[in-house]
Design a protein around this ligand. Structure first.
Ligand SMILES: NC(=O)c1ccc[n+]([C@@H]2O[C@H](COP(=O)([O-])OP(=O)(O)OC[C@H]3O[C@@H](n4cnc5c(N)ncnc54)[C@H](O)[C@@H]3O)[C@@H](O)[C@H]2O)c1
Ligand SMILES: O=C(O)C[C@H](O)C(=O)O
Length: 327
């Protein structure tokens, strides 16, 4: 049996937390041979609710769950952690854009970035889920000067999965037939779901669907899917968000499949002409616990305009939060 690894989850008593913890403890994220110690962070008023979640985790008698730490202190929650899923943040309501949450949520991520800087393992893998995820990840990263910026990522995997599901439905195929989907940019309504490199059961996706459907149906459906779920459910996505978080971390830790890639929000290194530093959705392959941007893809004018628009939004969000980077 492997030695246990430490996995921090913030907002552990929230909706996504409730859909996430039990799957991590069951081995869905890091494998059925990897014991985990869960470190659960909540705000003080939610500690009673968190106690109930811990009771339920214990009641599952998971073979892989080695221990649980439940706390309202980020310094305790991030002590020696190998993985950190930063979920704890307010969700948006109907009629809001995710960036409207920056004021309420941005201030959470400076102190948490600093606590990760001071206490986490030096190769910690951080996934920010709390919205607006890309810019919150930037705040955390900028507040952790002693950690490699590559430790910090934001979730666009839910968008990636949504895009695969839409394309599968349209072409009458299964999700598993879709390869090489891309979500470029921000987890927001400017994100650019790009099918120019995608294949469906080995055939180029662009040969199977027409431009009108791509432009006027597929792209807006994927961009607006979060809002559509809020409208239908009266609450933001939770189980699908938790599932995407599991997928993101599993790909990063255990690797991507040969001949395929996934989308991750990562600090831009300037690839594809994107402003260095902003946390931008890119196609990546993962191996040995590291991700690498897929290079050399041909970008046409249609894609370029959309990649630039979502980059512009990320630059604007960055300008709005520079005061929130913790020293
Ligand atoms: N990136 C994505 O694809 C994606 C998808 C779905 C939801 N989200 C976002 O995830 C976040 C959480 O959603 P939810 O539905 O679980 O919300 P929720 O309100 O059900 O739960 C959030 C939890 O976070 C806790 N919390 C608040 N501040 C905290 C802090 N400083 N430290 C620790 N915990 C804190 C709250 O007490 C609450 O229990 C929201 O911002 C939502 O918009 C992102
Ligand atoms: O849309 C939201 O606010 C929640 C989440 O980011 C989603 O995409 O479902």
């Amino acid at each position: 049996m492997k030695a246990p690894v430490r996995v921090a989850v913030t907002g552990a008593a929230g909706q996504i937390g409730y859909a996430l913890l039990f799957r991590i403890a069951a081995g869905d994220m890091l494998g059925k041979d990897q014991p985990v110690i869960l470190h659960l962070l909540e705000i003080t008023p939610a500690l009673d609710a968190l106690k109930g979640v811990v009771m339920e985790l214990n009641d599952c008698a998971f073979p892989l769950l080695a221990d649980v730490v439940a706390t309202d202190d980020a310094n305790v929650a991030f002590k020696d952690v190998d993985y950190a899923l930063l979920v704890g943040a307010r969700p948006r309501g109907a009629g809001m854009e995710r960036k409207d949450l920056l004021e309420a949520n941005g201030k959470i991520f400076g102190p948490q970035g600093k606590a990760l800087n001071d206490h986490a393992k030096r190769d910690v893998k951080v996934l920010v889920v709390g919205n607006p995820a890309n810019t919150n990840a930037l705040i955390a990263q900028q507040s952790a000067p002693d950690l490699d910026p590559k430790c910090f990522t934001a979730m666009v995997r839910l968008d990636h999965n949504r895009a695969m599901s839409q394309l599968a439905e349209k072409t009458g195929k299964h999700n598993t037939d879709i390869k090489k989907m891309i979500i470029w940019g921000n987890h927001s309504s400017t994100q650019y779901p790009d099918i120019h490199h995608a294949t469906v059961d080995g055939t180029a996706a662009t040969d199977l669907v027409d431009q009108a459907w791509y432009e006027s149906d597929f792209i807006p459906t994927v961009q607006q899917r979060g809002a559509a779920i809020i409208k239908a459910r009266g609450a933001s996505s939770a189980a699908s968000a938790a599932s995407a978080a599991i997928d993101h971390m599993r790909s990063w830790a255990l690797g991507t499949d040969e001949g395929n890639w996934v989308s991750m929000g990562i600090p831009s290194d300037g690839s594809y002409g994107i402003e260095p530093g902003v946390i931008y959705g890119y196609p990546v392959t993962c191996k040995d616990g590291k991700y690498a941007i897929v290079q050399g893809l041909e970008i046409n004018d249609f894609s370029r305009a959309r990649m630039d628009a979502t980059e512009q939004e990320l630059r604007e969000e960055r300008s709005a939060v520079e005061g929130l980077f913790a020293k």
